[in-house]
Ligand binder design. Structure first.
Ligand SMILES: Nc1ncnc2c1ncn2[C@@H]1O[C@H](COP(=O)(O)OP(=O)(O)OP(=O)(O)O)[C@@H](O)[C@H]1O
Ligand SMILES: [Mg+2]
Length: 291
C-alpha cells in the first residue's frame, strides 16, 4: 500500500496558536500536517521554532486559536482529553512535567486506570511497558529518586501503557545512554510495525535519518519543509539555513563526495555499502580486508 493510501489518523489544518499575553507573535502559524497509520514522521526545527507547541495540540493540551486538529475526523475542541488519550500519547519534553506518583509502577498505571480499564488489564499494560523499557528492577522505586534519564524512560512507559495509535515523543533520547536510547529506538519501530504512527521531535539527526519516513521542519512557527527523509536530510544548504545539521554519516559522505562517494547516504550501513562499492570500483582486483 502506498503511504497516501494508509488510514488517516490525524489531520492538522492550518493551525495557528499564540500564548496568552504574546499578542504580537504566533508560536505556530497555519501549520498543515497529516499523520497516517504506519508512518514515522520527524518534526525538526531550531529552539523555539514551535515543535512542542505543535505537539501539545495533538493530544488536546492546547487548542488552536485558528484552524483545526482532527483525530479520525473529530475536532479536538469537541473531544475531552481522556477520549483523545486513546488515540494520541504525548511524552513530554521534560519528563518531570509528567511524573507524580509514589512508585514507578503506580505512575505507569495511572493512564490505563484513568481510561477506565479493569485491574487485570491495568496490570497487563504496566507489566508490558515495564518490560519494554527495561524498568523491572525499579518498579517499586520513587520516580524522583531515579536519574533523569531513567525518569525519561518511566515517563515514556506511562505513555506506552495508554496503547495510543499515535506516539508523540518530544526529544525522547535527550540524556539517555546508548542502552536506553536503543530501547527507545525499539519502541519507535515496534509502534510503527504494530500499525500505529509516531511523531518524533528530536535534535538527534542520526536518529531521525535512521528512522523517519518523512521529515517536517518548522521555522518561526511555519512549516518550511515536509518531504521524504532522504531529500530533506541530505540537503546541506537547506538544513544549515534552518540551524540544523546533516546526520553525521551524511556529513562524512558529503566530505568524501569529491572522491566519488555517494552524497545522500542516511545511516552507517548505507555508508559502508557505498564506501565498499567505491573501493571495489577503484581496486577491481583486490579484496577489501577486515580490521
Ligand atoms: N508556556 C509558554 N508561554 C509563553 N510562550 C511560550 C510558552 N511555551 C513556548 N512559548 C514560546 O513559543 C515559541 C515556540 O516554543 P516551543 O517550546 O513550542 O518551541 P520548540 O521548537 O519546542 O523549542 P525547543 O527546541 O527549545 O524545545 C517560543 O517563542 C517560546 O518562547
Ligand atoms: Mg520543545
Amino acid at each position: 500500500m502506498t503511504p497516501e493510501h494508509r488510514e488517516l489518523i490525524i489531520q492538522v489544518r492550518s493551525v495557528s496558536y499564540r500564548y496568552g499575553g504574546d499578542v504580537d507573535r504566533q508560536a505556530i502559524s497555519e501549520v498543515d500536517l497529516e499523520i497516517r497509520r504506519g508512518e514515522l514522521i520527524a518534526l525538526l526545527g531550531h529552539n523555539g521554532s514551535g515543535k512542542s507547541t505543535f505537539a501539545r495540540h495533538l493530544n488536546g493540551l492546547l487548542k488552536p486559536y485558528a484552524g483545526q486538529v482532527l483525530i479520525h475526523g473529530l475536532d479536538t475542541r469537541e473531544l475531552p482529553v481522556h477520549r483523545l488519550a486513546r488515540h494520541v500519547g504525548y511524552a513530554f519534553q521534560n519528563p518531570d512535567d509528567q511524573l507524580f506518583a509514589a512508585t514507578v509502577a503506580e505512575d505507569i498505571g495511572f493512564g490505563p486506570r484513568n481510561l477506565g480499564h479493569d485491574a487485570a488489564e491495568i496490570e497487563r499494560r504496566v507489566g508490558m511497558s515495564i518490560e519494554r523499557l527495561g524498568l523491572s528492577d525499579i518498579a517499586g522505586h520513587h520516580p524522583f529518586l531515579l536519574s533523569r534519564s531513567t525518569r525519561r524512560l518511566v515517563a515514556l512507559a506511562g505513555v506506552l501503557a495508554l496503547a495510543p495509535e499515535v506516539l508523540v515523543l518530544d526529544e525522547p533520547t535527550v540524556d539517555l545512554d546508548a542502552w536506553a536510547a536503543d530501547r527507545v529506538l525499539t519502541v519507535l519501530r515496534q509502534q510503527v510495525a504494530d500499525g500505529g504512527a509516531v511523531l518524533l521531535i528530536s535534535h538527534d539527526m542520526g536518529l531521525v535519518a535512521a528512522t523517519a519516513d518523512r521529515v517536517v521542519i518548522l521555522r518561526g512557527g511555519h512549516v518550511v519543509a515536509n518531504g521524504p527523509t532522504r531529500a530533506v536530510m541530505t540537503d546541506l544548504s537547506f538544513l544549515t539555513g534552518n540551524s540544523l545539521a546533516l546526520p553525521p554519516v551524511t556529513e562524512l559522505a558529503q566530505a568524501l563526495a569529491p572522491h566519488g562517494m555517494r552524497p545522500d547516504v542516511l545511516d552507517p550501513q548505507e555508508f559502508c555499502d557505498a564506501y565498499a562499492a567505491l573501493w571495489h570500483a577503484r581496486h577491481p582486483r583486490r579484496v577489501m580486508s577486515g580490521p
